[in-house]
Design a protein around this ligand. Structure first.
Ligand SMILES: Nc1ncnc2c1ncn2[C@@H]1O[C@H](COP(=O)(O)OP(=O)(O)OP(=O)(O)O)[C@@H](O)[C@H]1O
Length: 482
C-alpha cells in the first residue's frame, strides 16, 4: 500500500536479488549492499526508510550494527534476517532495537508483509510526514516503547477490516488512533463517521445509529439516515462504547452478526459495508460482571485490542508532545513559545489525569497567556497551582470557590471545545465532565475511602459506587494519587 525506500544488506547475492525483486514488485525503491562498508555509505546516500539486514556479513555483524544505524536514522525500522535461529538471536535483535526478526529460510511473503508493516508504522507515527516537512497531518506523536507497541498493532490492522477495540483513559488519543487506522487503510477517502455514546441522549442512540423511517416516533417528520448509512464504504467509530444502552447493544450485535440493519420503524434491511472501531475508557469486563455490557458484543468488538498508555506511562514523550502542541498553537495564530529544559522536567513530574488532552490544553493556555517567549518551570508551577488537578482541598472546602471553580472550568471547556461541541446531550456531557473531577478529587482527598467520600459529597455510598462505575473511575487509582 505505502511504498518506500528500502535498503537490503546481505552477503549472499542470490538473496539480495530475490528480495530486491520481490520488494520492487510491491512498488518499493530498493538498494542493496553486500558489506558493512557499503551499508554505511548507502545509509548516508540513499537514506532508507526501512533497513533489511542479515546478521553475518564479511566485515562485521549486522545485529551489532543496528544501534549505530539507528543513531544515523532513529526512526528507521530494522528487519533482521538470520540463519542463527535461536531465541537468543531473536531476543538480541529486539534488544538492539530491531522492528522485526525473521529466521532464515524466510518466506518472501512474510518479508514483504514485514516491510509493509514497518512502513505503516512509520506513517502512523508521522515520521515520513516529518521527513517531508509536512507535519500538518501528523497523526500520532511519541516514540516511547508503549507507543511503538501501539504503532505495531495499528500497522497490523490497517490493511484488513478486523474490528478494533481501543482502550485507554480519557484523552489518551483513542479517536486519533481510530482516524489513523482509517486514513492509512484502503478505506481512506471514504467517510469516517464518529458517534459518541456518552454525548447522545440514551433514547436517541438507536435512531442516531440506524436512522429512522418517517413517522417512526413523534417528531420523526422525514426519513433520516443513521451513522451506519453515513459511514457506508468507510469506517464507523463507536466512541465511549461502554455507555451504550443495553437494548442498543443487542441491536448492534445483530448488525455485526448479520451485516444488515433495519432503520427504526422500518421493515427494510440495509446491507452494511463499514469497518467498526470502538473505544472506551471503561473497564468492559467489569461492566459485563455488573450486567451492564453484553459479553457476546464484547467478544465481537474486541477482535484486536489496542491499549493506549496513559501519558504518565510514557513521560519520555512529553517534550515532543508539548513542542508539537506549541507549534500547533503558533500555526493557529497564537504567539510562538518554547519550553526550557527545566519546564519539561516539571511537566514530566505531573500526574496528567487528563492525559494528552490536558497537556494540549495547558500548552494552548501557555501560548495564549505567558508573556515571555520561553516557558519556564516557574510559569508551569504557577499554572498547576491554579489548576483543578492540584487544589482539591480549597475547591471542596470553600462554597464560593466551588461555584467559581465550576464556572471557570465550564468556561474553559467551551473555550477549548467550542469549535466541535457534541450535537446534543450537552447538559449531560457537561455534568459528566464536572462530576468526574469532583468524584476523583473528593476520593483523592480522603485517600480512596469511599465511606468518607460519600459523606463529604452528601450522597449515599451506593449512589457513589454507581457514579464511579458510570464515570469509569477506579477508586484504587485514587488511593495511589491521594
Ligand atoms: N499521540 C498523540 N499525538 C498527538 N496528539 C495527540 C496524541 N494523543 C492524543 N492527542 C491529542 O489529544 C487530544 C485528545 O485525544 P482524543 O480525543 O483522541 O482522546 P480520546 O482518548 O478519544 O479521549 P476521550 O476518551 O475523552 O474521548 C486530541 O486533541 C488529540 O489530537
Amino acid at each position: 500500500m505505502t511504498s518506500g525506500r528500502i535498503l537490503v544488506v546481505d552477503d549472499d547475492a542470490a538473496i539480495r536479488t530475490v528480495v530486491r525483486e520481490a520488494l520492487r514488485r510491491e512498488g518499493h525503491v530498493v538498494e542493496t549492499a553486500a558489506t558493512v562498508a557499503e551499508q554505511r555509505r548507502k545509509m548516508r546516500d540513499f537514506a532508507p526508510q526501512v533497513l533489511v539486514t542479515d546478521v553475518i556479513l564479511p566485515d562485521g555483524n549486522g545485529l551489532d550494527l543496528v544501534p549505530e544505524m539507528l543513531e544515523v536514522n532513529p526512526d528507521m525500522p530494522v528487519i533482521v534476517l538470520s540463519a542463527q535461529n535461536t531465541l537468543t538471536t531473536a531476543v538480541r535483535a529486539t534488544e538492539q532495537g530491531a522492528f522485526e526478526y525473521l529466521p532464515k529460510p524466510f518466506d518472501l511473503g512474510e518479508l514483504t508483509r514485514a516491510v509493509a508493516d514497518a512502513l505503516a508504522m512509520r506513517a502512523a507515527s508521522g515520521r515520513d510526514a516529518i521527513d517531508a516537512g509536512g507535519g500538518e497531518d501528523l497523526p500520532l506523536i511519541g516514540r516511547s516503547a508503549p507507543m511503538q507497541e501501539v504503532y505495531r498493532t495499528i500497522a497490523r490492522v490497517v490493511a484488513n477490516d478486523l474490528t478494533v477495540l481501543i482502550l485507554g483513559e480519557s484523552g489518551t488519543g483513542k479517536e486519533l488512533v481510530a482516524r489513523a487506522i482509517h486514513d492509512l487503510g484502503p478505506r481512506a477517502g471514504r467517510p469516517f463517521v464518529a458517534i459518541n455514546m456518552a454525548a447522545i441522549p440514551r433514547e436517541l442512540i438507536e435512531s442516531e445509529l440506524f436512522g429512522h423511517e418517517r413517522g417512526a416516533f413523534t417528531g420523526a417528520a422525514a426519513r433520516t439516515a443513521g451513522r451506519f448509512e453515513q459511514a457506508q464504504g468507510g469506517t464507523l467509530f463507536l466512541d465511549e462504547i461502554g455507555d451504550m444502552p443495553f437494548e442498543a447493544q443487542t441491536r448492534l450485535l445483530r448488525v455485526l452478526q448479520t451485516g444488515e440493519f433495519n432503520p427504526v420503524g422500518g421493515a427494510r434491511s440495509i446491507r452494511t459495508d463499514v469497518r467498526i472501531i470502538a473505544a472506551t475508557h471503561k473497564d468492559l469486563p467489569k461492566l459485563i460482571a455488573d450486567n451492564a455490557f453484553r459479553e457476546d458484543l464484547y467478544y465481537r468488538l474486541n477482535v484486536v485490542p489496542v491499549r493506549l498508555p496513559a501519558l504518565r506511562q510514557r513521560m519520555e514523550d512529553i517534550g515532543e508532545l508539548a513542542a508539537h502542541f506549541l507549534e500547533r498553537a503558533a500555526a493557529d495564530g497564537l504567539p510562538r513559545k518554547r519550553l526550557t529544559a527545566d519546564a519539561i522536567d516539571r511537566l514530566s513530574s505531573h500526574n496528567w489525569p487528563g492525559n494528552v488532552r490536558e497537556l494540549e490544553n495547558l500548552m494552548r493556555r501557555m501560548a495564549a497567556l505567558s508573556r515571555e517567549d520561553w516557558i519556564t518551570a516557574a510559569v508551569i508551577d504557577q499554572q498547576f497551582s491554579t489548576s483543578i488537578a492540584s487544589d482539591a482541598g480549597p475547591v471542596i472546602a470553600a462554597e464560593g470557590g466551588l461555584a467559581d471553580a465550576v464556572e471557570h472550568h465550564v468556561a474553559r471547556y467551551f473555550a477549548t471545545f467550542g469549535r466541535d461541541l457534541p450535537p446534543d446531550g450537552l447538559f449531560d456531557r457537561v455534568l459528566a465532565e464536572v462530576e468526574r473531577p469532583l468524584l476523583k478529587l473528593t476520593l483523592a482527598a480522603v485517600k480512596g475511602n469511599q465511606l468518607k467520600a460519600a459523606k463529604l459529597l452528601g450522597i449515599n455510598r451506593n449512589t457513589l459506587r454507581k457514579k464511579l462505575t458510570e464515570r469509569g473511575i477506579d477508586p484504587s487509582d485514587l488511593r495511589r494519587m491521594g
